[in-house]
Design a protein around this ligand. Structure first.
Ligand SMILES: Nc1ncnc2c1ncn2[C@@H]1O[C@H](COP(=O)(O)OP(=O)(O)OP(=O)(O)O)[C@@H](O)[C@H]1O
Length: 261
């Protein structure tokens, strides 16, 4: 089943071309890493998928919804996003499980006091992502890693078809980052697992759970496809336009710039 389809999509703002000639297809069963340097257009691409940005031209279909032809609001319910910029939107005084439950409404606001039965659903998700310790905690007192874990639980409450992680490991220490990547493994092995779109600058976060990679530079796709064909020194040297070498340690890929001596 097709999850995303971009056909010759262009996106311009203020007479500036931000994304050009994007051709990309994501199918069920694929989990993608979007790799790009600062300003390459990663967030703009994600905002197109979430219908926060509107393409300038081309054809874009997300979960069967054709932009410009079909209704968008229902689509937003099927896509969740986790990222440090989302983490800042919540009230620091919220209880962890209340915050998780706000995911039901795709909003950072509490519309009403939630019943204990409703909050049980939130607690169950917290168990599932290994965040049981956070039940009853106040959001503003949590560490960055704990906040991200909570947001992952929140992102799952509507059983999304697409889960976007936008630089989700920002600000996490070595172990919190590892923990988050392990939780992603649990998510990819869940029944009816969402398709993951994982945005990062760091190739060492490309775990075995990801099978596809998209390389974005200056608003253009430089290469996309199977991980094995993209995580090569030749492809990445071409992408970064600087010589690099790849070291694989414990199934992790470390990309190291080669120095000219
Ligand atoms: N509304 C806008 N008007 C003008 N330029 C914009 C607008 N939105 C984004 N840009 C520019 O488009 C380019 C891509 O931005 P985008 O935020 O998508 O990149 P990114 O890959 O997510 O970057 P980072 O890794 O730094 O977050 C940048 O040069 C940015 O300044």
């Amino acid at each position: 089943m097709e999850i995303l389809s971009f056909k010759n999509v262009n996106f311009m703002r203020n007479q500036k071309s931000i994304l050009s000639d994007i051709n990309w297809q994501v199918n069920q069963g694929e989990n993608w890493v979007i790799l790009g340097l600062n300003g390459s257009g990663k967030s703009s691409l994600i905002k197109l998928i979430m219908a926060e940005n509107w393409k300038t031209s081309g054809e874009l279909t997300v979960l069967g919804t054709r932009f410009g032809k079909d209704q968008i609001p229902a689509l937003r319910q099927q896509i969740s996003i986790v990222g440090s910029f989302i983490a800042e939107r919540f009230n620091g005084n919220s209880h962890a499980e209340n915050l998780v439950y706000t995911g039901k409404f795709n909003s950072s606001m509490l519309y009403k006091p939630f019943t204990d039965q409703e909050l049980d659903e939130a607690r169950e998700l917290m168990h599932q992502v290994g965040a049981s310790d956070l039940i009853g905690r106040i959001y503003g007192t949590l560490s960055q890693g704990e906040k991200q874990l909570l947001l992952i639980a929140r992102s799952l409450i509507l059983h999304p078809n697409i889960l976007i992680l936008d630089e989700a490991t920002n600000g996490l220490d070595l172990f919190a980052k590892e923990n988050l990547l392990e939780k992603l493994h649990d998510i990819t092995t869940m029944k009816n697992a969402p398709t993951l779109l994982y945005i990062t600058h760091h190739p060492d976060e490309i775990t075995e759970d990801f099978n596809k990679i998209l390389l974005l530079r200056d608003g253009k796709i430089i290469q996309s496809g199977d991980k094995s064909s993209i995580l090569t020194e030749q492809s990445l040297t071409n992408f970064y336009q600087k010589p690099i070498q790849i070291e694989k340690i414990n199934k992790k890929y470390f990309v190291i710039p080669k120095k000219d001596f």
